[in-house]
Design a protein around this ligand. Structure first.
Ligand code: PGA
Length: 267
C-alpha cells in the first residue's frame, strides 16, 4: 500500500553535503578505496606526489584491506604517497600496540610500498614539554609536502573529526586535546577498560583537516545514524564538530544504508 507522504516538518532532513549511500559497509569502503587509488594513480602518472590524511578506527579497516589488495595485485603503488595519520593517544609510546602509529603500520603501511619516512604519525610518547614544538612541526611538514590532497575521515558518536571533540574551534590546528567520555567509552574495548583509555590525545585541528583539497567522510552502522544526521543536515556549530564539513567545497560522505537511516532521500 503506498504510504502517505509525511508532512514536511516530520520528514527526515536532507544532507547539506553530497552523500553516496552504499548497500553495505563493505561497498562503502571499496568505493572510498577506489577513489583514493584513482587519485594516487592519476597523480603518480603525472609525476606528482599524493598527500593523504588517514583515519584509524573500526570503520576504515576495510578501506585499508582493499588498498592493500590493490597493491598486492600490482594495481597500486604508494611510492609517491605521503601520509599523515589524523591523531594519536597521549601519553602512549609509539611502540605500544594500541597506539595509532601501530594501528596504521598493521593495517596499511607495512602492507604497501609506502616509504616509511613518508608515513607520518604523531608521537604519543613525547613528554608534555615537547608537544607544542611537535605539533608546529607537524603542521609545517604537511605544508612542506604541498598540503593535503585528500583527507579521509571517520566520525565519532560525539561528532568528532579526528579527535576534535565538541567545542573544538573551527580554526584549530594540531594540538593536545581532552577526549570526551563517550569517545573513551567507545575505545574501552581496545584498552581493556574505560579507565585505561588515555584522557588526552594529539589531533590535527579542524582547520588542518579543512585545508585538504578533497575531504571524504566514511560512516557505517546504525549507531552513527543520529550523529551523521546532526553533522550533515543540522546547523553548523562547534557542538557538532563534523558539521564544519558543510563548509568545505569538495566534500562527500560515503555512508551505508544504516548510517544514512536518519537522513531524507536526496532529491
Ligand atoms: P570508528 O571510529 O570507525 O571506530 O567508529 C570513528 C571515529 O571515532 O572517528
Amino acid at each position: 500500500m503506498p504510504r502517505e507522504r509525511e508532512p514536511a516538518d516530520r520528514r527526515p532532513p536532507r544532507a547539506r553535503v553530497p552523500v553516496t549511500v552504499h548497500a553495505s559497509a563493505g561497498e562503502a569502503c571499496r568505493a572510498v578505496a577506489g577513489e583514493i587509488a584513482a587519485l594516487i594513480a592519476e597523480r603518480s602518472a603525472a609525476g606528482r606526489d599524493t598527500v593523504l590524511a588517514l583515519p584509524t578506527g573500526r570503520t576504515p579497516r576495510a578501506v585499508y584491506d582493499e588498498l592493500a589488495r590493490l597493491h598486492r595485485e600490482g594495481r597500486l603503488s604508494f611510492r609517491r604517497v605521503t601520509a599523515f595519520t589524523l591523531d594519536e593517544y597521549w601519553p602512549l609510546p609509539a611502540t605500544d600496540p594500541r597506539s595509532y602509529r601501530a594501528f596504521m603500520a598493521r593495517h596499511l603501511f607495512t602492507r604497501v610500498d609506502v616509504d616509511p619516512a613518508r608515513a607520518h604519525g604523531l608521537d604519543g610518547g613525547l613528554p608534555a614539554a615537547a608537544l607544542p614544538g611537535a605539533c608546529d612541526a607537524w603542521e609545517r611538514a604537511i605544508a612542506a609536502a604541498g598540503g593535503l590532497d585528500l583527507a579521509l575521515l571517520g566520525i565519532g558518536r560525539t561528532g568528532h573529526l579526528a579527535f576534535n571533540e565538541p567545542g573544538s574551534p573551527r580554526d584549530g590546528r594540531t594540538r593536545l586535546v581532552a577526549l570526551h567520555p563517550i569517545t573513551r567509552a567507545d575505545a574501552a574495548a581496545d584498552f581493556g577498560s574505560p579507565a585505561e583509555v588515555p584522557q588526552q590525545a594529539l589531533t590535527m585541528g579542524l582547520a588542518t583537516i579543512l585545508g585538504a583539497r578533497r575531504v571524504r567522510l566514511l560512516a557505517c552502522g546504525a549507531r552513527k545514524a543520529s550523529i551523521v544526521r546532526a553533522a550533515l543536515a543540522g546547523p553548523v556549530g562547534t557542538d557538532v564538530p563534523a558539521s564544519v564539513l558543510q563548509e568545505h567545497g569538495d566534500v562527500r560522505a560515503h555512508l551505508d544504508a544504516e548510517a544514512a537511516g536518519e537522513l531524507g532521500a536526496a532529491e
